[in-house]
Write a protein that binds this ligand. Structure first.
Ligand code: AP5
Length: 218
């Protein structure tokens, strides 16, 4: 199955992608994770992306699309994948569609997690991430067993720089400008499925699985 997860910052795209990836046995590909890794490694892409990410702005389409196309060509993504954080603009959606079209494949479903602003703020301000394995926690909703330490690999947790007040506002402003064009792109393709991102993690996961079963995708 080839899926894209759409929704604002904090909608729970990464959280759902992790469990769906285990269930469906297809890789979770997060452009945010790949870019943060590139920034940490100080690679050429990381150096170019850093200033945009720090400000909560979008990294230019050509950089992100190159990353995604290269990642999707790897063996583990040949049978399916879950894209998280891409596409974010109509131009990215078109580039993805063209790149997949060259391989004779297409996206099966775009899962849109529509989420209220109050939920977004509460989630982003409490999010903590593992510095090694990228596991996602929340200080209230899903805290680690030991404060500041990852349950899975015992590495330290950190708060993303863009999860602080100023960048959160900027990210929402940026997101709101392009949400409609990406959602409409997949609506026009007839593959958009909308869910409430305000549901708790298990409830949302159950709704996604029920929808896959109803459409005989599982
Ligand atoms: P990216 O990392 O993709 O950030 P984002 O889209 O803003 O999304 P988030 O990771 O903030 O949220 P999420 O929906 O994954 O929520 P999560 O599951 O973690 O991008 C970062 C930056 O990289 C961008 O600003 C841009 O600069 C650049 N970039 C990336 N892709 C790009 C692209 N395509 N084009 C251009 N630039 C790009 O959950 C959040 C918190 O809530 C967690 O603490 C979690 O535990 C908790 N939580 C999750 N779900 C629930 C739930 N259902 N109930 C209760 N708590 C929950």
């Amino acid at each position: 199955m080839r899926l894209v997860l759409l929704g604002p910052p904090g909608a729970g795209k990464g959280t759902q992608a992790v469990v769906l990836s285990e269930k469906l046995k297809i890789p979770h590909i997060s452009t945010g994770d790949i870019l943060r890794e590139a920034v940490r490694a100080s690679s050429d892409i990381g150096k170019k992306a850093k200033s945009y990410m720090d400000k909560g702005e979008l990294v230019p389409d050509n950089i992100v699309t190159q990353i995604v196309v290269e990642r999707l060509a790897k063996d583990d993504a040949l049978k399916g994948f879950i894209l998280d954080g891409y596409p974010r603009t109509k131009s990215q959606a078109e580039s993805l569609s063209s790149a997949l079209g060259l391989r004779g494949i297409k996206i099966d479903r775009a899962l849109y997690l529509k989420t209220s602003v109050s939920t977004i703020i509460a989630r982003l301000s409490g999010r903590r991430i593992c510095s090694k394995c990228n596991a996602i926690y929340h200080t209230k909703n899903s805290p680690p067993k030991k404060a500041g330490v990852c349950d899975k690999c015992a590495s330290g947790l950190y708060q993303r720089d863009d999860d602080k007040e100023g960048p959160i506002e900027k990210r929402l402003e940026v997101y709101n400008k392009t949400e409609g064009e990406v959602v409409n792109f997949y609506k026009d393709e007839g593959i958009l499925k909308e869910f409430s991102g305000d549901m708790d993690v298990q409830e949302l996961y159950r709704s996604l699985i029920i929808a896959f079963k109803e459409e005989a995708l599982l």
